[in-house]
Design a binder for this molecule. Structure first.
Ligand code: MEV
Length: 425
């Protein structure tokens, strides 16, 4: 059992300061780190070194999802996202999973694939044979490029080559498999791919073209699994609805895309909070979802005799806890500290757990009350602000729109006008 609990009832009802105090105690955040969370941690000089042509810093809210019990350990989950309801939904669904014993996870090794494209190879099959014969030498050349990774127990592990028949003729595609340990890995893999490309060209008599990581990181897989008691989600009828929602996604790519979008709501939010490349994660996720030749849901849901649901999520997750924005953006460092993860593999496992319950929360809402009910309150507040409401007016205008089930800017403006007219002496 873990000594700290992430089960924090009514967390959402607390003030921002109160929530921050609880999270700071949980994660041991310094007063400087707390200040950065409130005021923004990335300074313009650092931002200017991160990308080109900087003119400012764009901010997105950072919320904390509570109630996560993953492999017997309690986690508070930092999520950076602009969409209302996602953090609340993750927290709720994590509570249901907790009632079923928590979420179990597994991660493979952290192997990324670098691709080297060779064209103009006269006898591709003989060339493939030659590459495989000389793989020890090629692996050594690749590893010379990253002695630090090698000293940490990572590095190039294996080499394979495939012949593909493209519209531009046959191509010999070499795959370099690299254990990237705690890094996302793109830099290490791309450097190694560039280092071995000239050798591959001279071995095969071909010309190298692309030398780049593949985002279909199917050697870097992660799985999460959980049991959801029917009683936690409103009974057997709702559980059946969730199962049928999953069946719908399995049978229909139009639905599977949205089903997976719900999973990525959770995964991307943690990826952004921790400074990870969410486009790489997205690319890998959707390519993996289509690996059987048809786009499919990344999660599975099974309904047991007694109405309990068993959910799994399996997908590639190329995330790091060292290098890149995970280190340059101070807020990413703070997010990693809140999570308390010690390795990229642990971060990936936590993210898979978040993705799985995020999916459950969406399916439950869709199968039960419909998605708009949950979205309404925050959405209404946003609309109230758009209509010009400030301070207390925001809640008053939003509540009125929710009670009327009409959430539109024009209605918000009317309510606001009435409110202000009433206030006038
Ligand atoms: C909205 O951001 C995500 C959902 O559409 C996911 C789903 O339909 O499963 C609610």
């Amino acid at each position: 059992m873990s000594e700290k609990t992430s089960r924090i009832p009514k967390f959402y009802q607390l003030s921002v300061e109160e929530r921050l105090r609880i999270v700071s105690e949980f994660a041991g955040l310094s007063s400087e780190e707390q200040e950065m969370l409130l005021k923004g941690g990335l300074d313009i000089a650092t931002a200017n070194r991160m990308i080109e042509n900087v003119i400012g810093i764009f901010q997105i809210p950072l919320g904390i999802a509570v109630n996560f019990l993953i492999d017997g350990k309690d986690y508070l989950i930092p999520m950076v996202i602009e969409e209302p309801s996602v953090v609340a939904a993750a927290s709720n669904a994590a509570r249901w999973a907790r009632e079923g014993g928590g979420i179990e996870t597994w991660a493979s090794e952290q192997i990324m694939i670098g691709q080297i494209q060779l064209v103009g190879v006269k006898d591709p099959y003989a060339a493939r044979f030659e590459i495989i014969k000389r793989k020890e030498e090629l692996i050594r050349i690749a590893n010379e490029k990253d002695p630090v990774l090698v000293s940490l127990g990572g590095g190039a592990r294996d080499i394979d080559a495939r012949i593909i028949h493209s519209i531009a003729g046959p191509m010999l595609i070499t795959h370099l498999y690299v254990d990237v340990k705690d890094a996302m890995g793109a830099n290490a893999v791309n450097t190694m791919a560039e280092a071995i490309a000239p050798h591959l060209a001279s071995i095969t008599g071909g010309r190298f073209r692309l030398r780049i990581i593949s985002n279909l990181a199917d050697r870097r897989l992660v799985r999460a699994r959980t049991r959801i008691p029917a009683s936690s989600i409103g009974g057997r009828e709702v559980a059946e609805g969730i199962y049928e929602a999953y069946a719908f996604a399995l049978a229909d790519p139009y639905r599977a895309a949205t089903h997976n979008k719900g999973i990525m709501n959770g995964i991307d939010a943690v990826a952004i909070a921790t400074g990870n490349d969410w486009r790489a994660i997205e690319a890998g996720a959707h390519a993996y979802a289509a690996r059987n030749g048809r786009y499919e849901p990344l999660s599975t849901w099974e309904l047991s005799e007694n109405g309990d649901l068993f959910g799994t999520l399996e997908m590639p997750l190329a995330v790091g806890i060292v290098g890149g924005a995970t280190r340059t953006n101070p807020l990413a460092k703070i997010s990693l500290k809140i999570l308390g993860v010690k390795s990229a593999s642990e971060l990936a496992r936590v993210m898979a757990a978040v993705g799985l319950v995020q999916n459950l929360a969406a399916l439950r809402a869709l199968a039960a009350e419909g998605i708009q009910a949950g979205h309404m309150s925050l959405h209404a507040k946003n609309i109230a602000v758009m209509a010009g409401a400030v301070g207390d007016e925001i809640d008053i205008v939003a509540e009125k729109m929710v009670s009327e089930k009409t959430i539109r800017v024009d209605r918000a403006r009317q309510i606001l006008e009435e409110l202000r007219n009433k206030k006038q002496p």
